[in-house]
Design a protein around this ligand. Structure first.
Ligand code: NAD
Length: 242
């Protein structure tokens, strides 16, 4: 049986990544609305509000009829404001979860960050099973990790299905952080510094691909896994005695 078609709400949908997610949903013919503190576009239904206000989120979910939330909202990583990170990323994400359960939303896709497992030391040859560091890199990454834990623990609560994605650096059209920062470095003449021995590596992903990963994650949340190939089943059958 084909999975039910979702109605989407992109929280933080007027931001860099959120906007790409909205555009990809529109391109494939989905119904989508945006919840954000900033109003920027006028091609989808817009709900103005702060995610730390559970009632605002719940009210927007009821009005929009959303069945799938894609939550990309966060203050910028570069600002030095631990209290705001706690309020928006931790308390706000918990408010979204509570509002989703209250209104019967089926799916929640959360944009976490690769930084949740980084504490300044090299990370090599690991996968998503690597533990969070004992001492987080900073207040931003600490808040993203706590939000991620809340999202994963909410899986199954009131029938809600959840998933968290961890992008590393995101680049592409609409970016307001990375290129602006690089340009400022250039304008200030700060280009003659080198960190490490010039062999450091860092992951960057094109924003269109990160957005697509969110759509695929949402789609897969309620798609039953495919049956294993027959060979895998027969290999596990006990050998007959004769
Ligand atoms: P962005 O600042 O462009 O977008 C974030 C959006 O969230 C903005 O539209 C903002 O108005 C909204 N928002 C902020 N606080 C809010 C609140 N309290 N209530 C409602 N809306 C609020 O950021 P982005 O670069 O698009 O990042 C999107 C997500 O991806 C974030 O969760 C970020 O942590 C994560 N992320 C970004 C990068 C990157 O390189 N940009 C890397 C890894 C993870």
């Amino acid at each position: 049986m084909a999975p039910t078609k979702d109605v989407y709400m992109v929280v933080g949908g007027n931001g860099f990544l959120g906007r790409h997610i909205v555009q990809q949903l529109l391109e494939r013919g989905d119904i989508v609305s945006v919840f954000d503190i900033v109003e920027r576009y006028n091609d989808v239904s817009f709900y103005s509000g702060d995610i730390s206000d559970q009632e605002s989120v719940a009210s927007a979910l009821r009005k929009s009829g959303a069945t799938c939330i894609i939550h990309t909202a966060s203050p910028h990583a570069t600002i030095n404001n631990p209290a705001l990170f706690q309020k928006v990323n931790v308390d706000g994400t918990k408010a979204i979860i509570a509002a989703a359960v209250e209104t019967g939303v089926r799916k929640l896709v959360f944009t976490s960050s690769a930084g949740v497992v980084f504490n300044g030391n090299e990370i090599k040859d690991v996968d998503e099973r690597i533990a969070f560091p004992d001492v987080p890199m900073d207040a931003y990454n600490d808040s993203k990790a706590k939000a991620e834990v809340a999202v994963i623990e909410a899986n199954g609560k009131g029938g809600l299905l959840t998933v968290a994605l961890r992008p590393a650096g995101i680049f592409g059209p609409g970016d307001r952080q990375v290129m602006t920062g690089l340009h400022q470095v250039y304008e200030r003449g700060q280009t003659h510094f080198q960190i490490g021995d010039n062999t450091n590596l860092f992951d960057w992903t094109y924003v269109g691909n990160v957005a697509r990963a969110h759509l695929l994650a949402a789609d897969k949340l309620d798609t039953p896994p495919p049956a294993p190939p027959l060979s895998a089943v027969t290999e596990k059958l006990p050998l007959s005695a004769d």
